[in-house]
Design a protein around this ligand. Structure first.
Ligand SMILES: Nc1ncnc2c1ncn2[C@@H]1O[C@H](COP(=O)(O)OP(=O)(O)OP(=O)(O)O)[C@@H](O)[C@H]1O
Length: 262
């Protein structure tokens, strides 16, 4: 088990140099005066290219806020956020929207598929909207990897929850984003369907070189990642490489409800 002593203040990149996303001294505060809440408290973190990172921590520790700030879905109070070499902080709304559309993929807890479109139409929809033509070979590879080849002309209502989420993952991968952010992507799935989706996310890292950052409460889900970052009170307080569900669970038990050493 790792301990708080092992924490890298920079959420290290394991010796890799290419960084897909990074935060530098990021502070995110909501409200003012007595109601001010500091959701992120001077966070420094690097997300290496081709790596799968899980973000864990107690409720309210800042996981979603960190993900939203890294993904350019939310602004920061101070500090800097970069996507590769592009600084997001300070970008105007239009540029940020464009950057999210062209360079970032998202997977949410609710699959967010359009019910009237079939699977393949859902997968290519963001690219259709952006006026970009999907690369046919890439699309075929994704569809093969997700194992949806025989379900492409089914509508979401004709697919299981796990299949629907795999469509959502394929949709996120279709435009070859530099990084995919997942907010509890298996939160709405039973354990078997969840395992299907997690297995696919893992394969997209190993076989397609994807970079993934995923918020989760589930030690089993976190065990699919290359590393787990632990947040408490808006700070990164621990990091674990090569996690297993047991090690993650032990780590959670060893800390109190707020994520600190008990
Ligand atoms: N829009 C907002 N306005 C005010 N406070 C907010 C807002 N969004 C988040 N917060 C606060 O910021 C802190 C971090 O919230 P965040 O949602 O990032 O935590 P989390 O770790 O993702 O929690 P959970 O596991 O419950 O989803 C919490 O104290 C929360 O109440």
């Amino acid at each position: 088990m790792t301990t708080a002593m092992d924490v890298s203040q920079h959420g290290g990149t394991g010796g890799r140099t290419a960084v897909a996303a990074r935060a530098r001294q990021v502070v995110k505060a909501y409200g003012a005066g007595e109601t001010r809440v500091v959701a992120l408290d001077h966070v420094d973190v690097d997300m290496a290219q081709g790596e799968y990172t899980a973000i864990m921590g107690p409720s309210g520790s800042g996981k979603s806020t960190l993900m939203h700030c890294l993904a350019g879905l939310d602004t920061v109070t101070s500090g800097q956020v970069f996507l590769a070499d592009t600084e997001l902080t300070g970008l105007k709304d239009k540029k940020l929207t464009q950057l999210r559309r062209d360079r970032v993929g998202f997977i949410f807890q609710s699959f967010n598929l359009l019910p009237t479109l079939d699977a393949i139409e859902n997968i290519t929809l963001p690219m259709d909207i952006a006026g970009r033509k999907p690369d046919a070979d890439w699309l075929r590879r994704i569809v093969d990897t997700v194992g949806l080849a025989d379900r492409l002309h089914h509508r979401p209502s004709e697919l299981s929850g796990g299949q629907q989420q795999r469509v959502a993952v394929a949709r996120a991968l279709a435009s070859r984003p530099e990084i995919i952010f997942g907010d509890e992507p298996t939160g709405n799935l039973d354990s078997r369907s969840g395992a299907e989706v997690l297995d696919f996310l893992r394969r997209s890292v190993d076989e397609l070189g994807q970079t993934i950052v995923m918020v989760t409460h589930d030690p089993v889900a976190a065990a699919y990642a290359d590393r787990v970052l632990y947040l408490a009170d808006g700070r990164i307080v621990d990091e674990m490489r090569r996690p297993t569900a047991e090690l993650v669970l032990d780590r959670m038990k060893a800390f109190d409800g707020r994520g600190r050493t008990s």
